[in-house]
Design a protein around this ligand. Structure first.
Ligand SMILES: NC(=O)C1=CN([C@@H]2O[C@H](COP(=O)(O)OP(=O)(O)OC[C@H]3O[C@@H](n4cnc5c(N)ncnc54)[C@H](O)[C@@H]3O)[C@@H](O)[C@H]2O)C=CC1
Ligand SMILES: O=C(O)C(=O)[C@H](O)COP(=O)(O)O
Length: 376
């Protein structure tokens, strides 16, 4: 069996090695010719999976995408050809939630304006929005959720309108899929008018898809409004963001909000489980065996951490400043955006770090945030 795999998908060899010949490919430049003889195709978000790519292949048994988003896949075409497909819903939701939370802590430190006491509006209350809310609520932050689709479906949480978020939130974090049609379309949901209407000193975080914000309009508005602070992980026109926009963001990264080792491993593992099910074989590998041990065994806390100390703890697992600096220095290089993504391997989730502390009840919120071993 020929298994064609995006070369940026980790843990493929230990999971799929027994199932066939693994052929790594560049997902961004993958051609129909390369795919012609594949039995299984495993992609990430940079590969457009459509008739143009697949029409020359008549033996494909499975297409998997180790991602949450499916906007790069023509699902209708796959269904018409009866090619089984699965993505990996929720695989990197914790990574995105922690990324957004850490970015907010970093902004708070940089501008000497504590996160504690602020109100955060989450637009899109699915897996990644909920993971972000979970971190914020563990830390005692008031969260407003906007998701008209979930609200209409009867989700029991409280929802507010986007206008309420615009009026009340100090920070807005975006967690919607990109959709281009329909009542709730998200393309340019934040257009020039909405960007201009952001209340003074708003922090805007985008780690869903670049074109949820009109990037040209964002440049225009930001150039006139120094009070707005931006965290941008995703960009219109990836892998070539508008060069004028990058310096306007406080934190800028190349679509790596979901790139914890745990999140990436989960993505590959979910595809492994799905393929095993399809082939009717037992999935006998374990996700835990894939992850390396974390290089810090445990951190002993003398007292419950204040916000500054919490940021220090967060930086042990992920120092966003490093990625921001590297991105600014390299994004204009040839393939700079993709090279940084390809080599990104260092990030862990809060759960990788064990905390030791005597009086457990005072720091329950740290275990709610996701850290391990609190009070042990
Ligand atoms: N930067 C990164 O590395 C990553 C980016 N993503 C992006 O984030 C998106 C969201 O991921 P999940 O939360 O896992 O998806 P999800 O499908 O679990 O949740 C998305 C939510 O957005 C809601 N929604 C749709 N249109 C809306 C609108 N107009 N206003 C408010 N809410 C709306 C939906 O009802 C749904 O509850 C993905 O589709 C993907 O594009 C996901 C993972 C990593
Ligand atoms: O899961 C998604 O959706 C994402 O946006 C991915 O985290 C993006 O990573 P790649 O699939 O492009 O490596």
């Amino acid at each position: 069996m020929k298994i064609l795999v995006d070369e940026n998908m980790p843990y493929v060899e230990p999971l799929f090695g027994d199932l066939g010949d693994i052929i790594p490919v560049n997902g961004r430049t993958l051609t129909a010719e390369q795919v012609r003889e594949a039995d299984v195709l495993l992609v990430r978000s940079v590969t457009k999976v459509n008739a143009e790519l697949l029409s020359g292949n008549n033996k494909l048994k499975f297409v998997g995408s180790a991602t949450i988003g499916t906007d790069h896949v023509d699902l209708t075409y796959l269904a018409e050809r009866n090619i089984p497909f699965s993505n990996a819903p929720g695989c990197n939701a914790t990574a995105v939630g922690e990324f957004a939370f850490i970015a907010m802590l970093e902004l708070a430190q940089r501008f000497n304006s504590p996160l504690k006491g602020k109100v955060v509006g989450i637009v899109g209350a699915g897996n990644t929005g909920t993971a972000t809310a979970k971190c914020l609520q563990a830390y005692g932050i008031k969260v407003l959720l906007n998701d008209p689709i979930k609200a209409a479906e009867g989700d029991p949480r409280s929802f507010v309108s986007l206008d309420t978020i615009m009026a009340q939130a100090d920070i807005i974090s975006l967690h919607v899929p990109i959709t281009r049609t329909g009542e709730h379309k998200t393309k340019h949901l934040f257009d020039e008018a909405r960007l201009k209407a952001l209340k003074p000193n708003t922090w805007l975080v985008n780690c869903c898809r670049g074109d949820v914000i009109d990037n040209q309009a964002l440049i225009k508005v930001k150039q006139q409004r120094d009070d707005l602070k931006l965290v941008l992980d995703v960009w219109e026109g990836e892998p070539t963001p508008l060069p004028e926009l990058v310096p306007l963001a406080e934190f800028a990264t190349p679509h790596i909000a979901g790139y914890s080792l745990e999140g990436k491993a989960r993505g590959t593992f979910m595809l492994y489980q799905n393929l095993c099910q399809l082939l009717n074989i037992t999935a006998d590998k374990s996700l835990l065996d894939l992850l390396p041990t974390f290089n810090i065994k445990a951190v002993e806390l003398a007292t419950a951490p204040n916000e500054k100390a919490l940021l220090q703890l967060a930086r042990f697992v992920y120092d966003l400043r490093d990625d921001d600096k590297m991105f600014r220095n390299t994004f204009l290089n040839e393939n700079g955006f993709d090279t940084m993504r390809k080599n990104h391997q260092h990030r862990r989730e809060f759960s990788a770090l064990a905390l030791a502390y005597d009086g457990q009840s005072e720091v329950d919120w740290l275990s709610n945030l996701g850290f391990s071993g609190v009070g042990q």
